[in-house]
Write a protein that binds this ligand. Structure first.
Ligand SMILES: CC(=O)NCCc1ccc(O)c(O)c1
Length: 761
């Protein structure tokens, strides 16, 4: 019964499963013993009942999810409904459920003996040792080195004068499965942070192969305090695959070689190898993801939260809680490997638009053909009446769809974007693009109950009407919202929108707020606002559309993407399509043939319309840099989000052509507008352009960014849409020279071509 070729209705699957892994429902008491968690566990039995979208538990009151603990910014308040109490200096070890197994306090700086959940029993009632095997390498490292702190010790309230920690993580990357056999052993019961108690990945209830980190989706969350050192051992067990991990939003000052860009800052990590990343985090909401190939879209991502003492956050007075569980990672989701969509097909499953959207890896899916809906758990965020909560939203989409987030019955006060604080603005809906983060405060000031959270995929996602729901639940209130579930077409009213798609940013309006209208909550280097920057770079970008006869000429093998309408395209920035060099710029610069490099001023001879080379622009250290990104994409209605590694830049202007006669903006027109002083720049005394590291260039428009190039390195600037990266929408900014960079650590892996002389027998 029940299983179509492509997916199983979870109800049926889980009914089967429950017979094997029983106890969950039939013998709740034994289940309780077996899993050794809080009594609330038994409620989880109800979630697979057919036909309902009942979320089965709340993320605050669960057992092992307590690795999340609770991080509170103001140690005076106590959340009366939290099971584990709040983390504050007076709470001592008991605030940390793992710490209960030992005697030393959380500030001792030494690793305590038992970082693992208690041993579990398997279905036969025997002790299952699986968990020990699973985390053995992490455990071993932590045991060996007493200077290291475990992930749950690092996810804490931050205070001034506390010594920094060294926070250790071990990521095991594997091929894995949604609804795999692990789901016969257990059902996940929480938003897991670092180690999942249960290795069953449910996603949206549709079976598929994925790539996973520690058998979790999303992968582990890294939550630390500013000045902590983060150490992540990435162990690659994806057969036949290489990988790098990029720490999106982390500036990597002094650790430039750990930025995770293949062939720019490192050789990719080979199968069977472990690569140790070490960095110190700048404060804010960030995330990590694979930067190689299409792996991110198959599941290799997770959140990063770098907290500060409240005294250092200009908006800390606006919220009472900054919980480890109130991270909201949005991802788009396919029901097949991403590689099925690249270079792309002409007949079935065309284009690159996702089937679904996930919130923290959770969601449900409605089969458009049968109308059946899976009933996997939705994400639930629990709040207490009267309190104000900081939410940290991460757009980890890979496709071109913007994500629109709306909370039923609650305003959102935006207080930060891409990790950088802004002066608070109140909105009802946030539209975000791949790579962006928005932090907002929600006050639990409505009638205690359960409220819908709606995340709609816009743009191309409108074709499949991809959306996902979550629940904002008042503690001790009902689990199920009283209103009908919002649909794609009849959703929660959007109200005032952060980041409107029309990008009308330079006129008064009360229905929307553009990013360029946000005000930085921090001081701005006056040099940023000077009339003339030291370096000014116009970067137009577009697609090149191949004629098939050109693309499929015998003995040529140019890359391409089959776009939704069937065009075969590559990406161009300043008429160049980025190609990776054969070895990393940062560690093996001299191994690279200088002819490999190019830029607008140095185009290789006879480089045609599809010019492919390693696009690199040199920038003097400490220069004030202005970049004008100009959307030259014809026809399609896309806004491309550009991400810069190594920096947060100031967004000094967003706009479209003021010239009514111009149908399509291009480089020539943008240069002309600039000469006439008609490009929008907020550089007046007292202007406070917000700092970001990812910004959408409006369709048929431009964005102007500025930064002072104080961080030397090789920094990728690129469209964050995954399929645009692989067809070349990237450029490397080389800031300073090799002499300005720290040397790579000893035995840094090397790679490159192997082309020895051909020997005759
Ligand atoms: C004429 C033209 O520029 N065609 C490109 C269309 C395109 C390319 C890539 C995408 O991801 C997409 O959605 C659409």
């Amino acid at each position: 019964m029940g299983c179509s070729a492509r997916y199983c209705l979870l109800t049926l699957t889980m009914c089967l499963v429950s017979e094997q892994a029983f106890g969950v429902r039939v013998m709740p008491k034994r289940k309780k013993e077996a899993i050794g968690t809080s009594e609330d566990q038994s409620t989880s039995a109800s979630w697979w009942q057919a036909g309902t979208a009942t979320p089965f538990r709340d993320t605050l009151n669960n057992g092992f999810a307590s690795t999340h603990g609770i991080v509170q910014t103001h140690p005076t308040g106590n959340d009366p409904f939290s099971t584990f109490g709040t983390v504050d200096s007076t709470a001592g070890p008991s605030s940390n459920p793992f710490a209960q197994t030992s005697g030393s306090g959380p500030l001792s700086g030494t690793f305590r003996s038992n970082p693992l959940p208690p041993l579990t029993r398997n279905g036969n009632g025997k002790l299952g040792l699986k968990h020990l095997d699973f985390t053995s390498s992490a455990t071993a490292e932590l045991r060996r080195n007493s200077a290291l702190s475990a992930p749950d010790e690092c996810a804490r309230a931050c205070r001034e004068n506390e010594p920094p920690r060294i926070c250790y993580y071990h990521f095991t990357l594997e091929f894995y499965t949604v609804l795999g056999a692990a789901c016969q052993v257990c059902t996940p019961n929480a938003t897991n942070v670092v180690w999942s108690h249960c290795q069953c990945v449910l996603a949206d209830g549709v079976e598929r192969g994925i790539l996973s980190t520690n058998r979790m989706l999303p992968g582990p969350s890294i939550q630390v305090c500013e000045n902590d050192k983060v150490v992540v051992d990435v162990e690659n067990h994806m057969e036949g695959m290489e990988v790098t991990i990029h720490w999106h939003g982390i500036w990597q000052r002094g650790s430039q070689y750990y930025d995770g860009v293949p062939f720019v800052t490192q050789c990719p990590i080979q199968q069977g190898n472990t690569f140790r990343y070490q960095w110190q985090g700048n404060a804010g909401t960030h995330f990590w993801h694979a930067h190689t190939g299409l792996q991110k879209l198959d599941g290799l991502y997770g959140s990063i939260v770098v907290r500060q003492p409240p005294s250092k956050d200009p908006n800390s007075h606006l919220y009472d809680y900054d919980l480890t569980t109130h991270v909201m990672l949005l991802s788009d989701w396919l029901h097949e490997d991403a590689a099925e969509r690249y270079p792309g097909r002409l007949a079935v499953n065309t284009g690159q638009d996702p089937e679904n959207v996930l919130i923290n890896g959770k969601g449900q899916f409605r089969d458009p053909n049968t109308g059946f809906m899976t009933n996997t758990p939705l994400e639930v965020f629990t709040i207490t009446p009267g309190r104000r909560y900081r939410f940290r939203m991460i757009n980890a989409f890979a496709s071109v769809c913007p994500a629109q987030v709306t909370f039923e019955g609650h305003n959102l006060t935006v207080i930060a974007t891409d990790g950088e604080p802004v002066q608070p603005v109140q909105v009802n809906t946030i539209i975000s693009f791949s790579g962006e983060r928005y932090d907002f405060v929600i006050e639990a000031n409505n009638i205690p109950g359960a409220y819908w959270i709606q995340v709609r995929g816009l743009g191309e996602c409108g074709i499949k009407r991809a959306q996902q729901l979550g629940i904002l639940r008042y503690a001790r209130g009902p689990y199920q919202p009283s209103t009908p579930s919002p649909t794609y077409d009849i959703g929660i009213p959007q109200g005032v929108v952060m980041n409107p798609l029309d990008a009308r940013c330079n006129e008064p309006r009360n229905d929307a707020i553009c990013v360029s209208q946000l005000k930085n909550a921090r001081h701005i280097d006056p040099a940023i606002l000077q009339d003339r920057p030291d370096v000014k770079i116009f970067l137009p970008f577009r697609f090149f559309v191949y004629r098939p006869e050109m693309l499929f000429q015998p003995n040529t093998y140019n890359r391409y993407l089959v776009a939704p309408q069937g065009d075969h395209v590559i990406s161009l920035i300043d008429e160049i399509s980025y190609m990776s060099p054969p070895a990393p710029l940062i560690s093996q610069y001299d191994d690279i043939n200088p002819d490999q490099f190019c830029n607008g001023d140095n185009r290789p001879a006879d480089c045609g319309q599809n010019c492919m080379c390693t696009h690199k622009i040199d920038i003097p250290l400490n220069a004030v840099v202005e970049i004008v990104l100009v959307d030259e994409v014809q026809i399609v209605n896309l806004s491309h989000p550009f991400h810069l590694h190594g920096y947060a830049y100031n967004v000094v202007g967003i706009g479209r052509s003021p010239d009514q006669n111009v149908k399509k903006i291009n480089l020539k027109h943008a240069l002309d507008l600039d000469r006439r002083g008609l490009l929008e720049r907020h550089l007046k005394q007292g202007d406070l352009p917000p700092a970001k590291d990812t910004i959408a260039v409006p369709n048929n428009g431009y964005v102007i960014l500025r930064f002072r190039a104080t961080n030397p390195g090789f920094w990728l600037l690129h469209c964050h849409f995954l399929f645009h990266i692989v067809i070349g929408m990237n450029v490397v900014l080389q800031v300073g020279t090799q002499a300005d960079l720290p040397p790579v650590p000893p035995n840094f892996p090397t790679c490159g071509d192997h082309l020895p002389p051909i020997t005759a027998n």
